[in-house]
Design a protein around this ligand. Structure first.
Ligand code: SF4
Length: 84
């Protein structure tokens, strides 16, 4: 298996998802603001945001960013500081 394929599989590994703060059903994530507040307490913000960006997720809050935030981040070159 090539390293490229392995890195691609890393994003399909649900291990980080099992540590997601948003899986706590007692928290209110009914608005983007409420969802972003939950993300601020989450320990897997970075893989979550990378996952959403890699899949061009257009709905919901991922990695503490709304869809508009993610579009802006992508327009600025994404998470890679070398593209900014
Ligand atoms: S960063 Fe936010 S959306 Fe992503 S797993 Fe954590 S709480 Fe859920």
């Amino acid at each position: 298996m090539s390293p490229d394929l392995l890195s691609g599989l890393a994003w399909t590994d649900p291990a980080w998802m099992s540590r997601a703060a948003c899986t706590d059903a007692t928290q209110d994530a009914s608005t983007d603001e409420a969802a972003v507040a939950i993300c601020r307490q989450c320990q897997v913000v970075e893989p979550c945001l990378s996952f959403a960006l890699s899949r061009d997720e257009t709905d919901g809050v991922w990695g503490g960013l709304t869809p508009d935030d993610r579009r802006l981040l992508k327009s600025l070159g994404g998470l890679d500081p070398h593209t900014r």
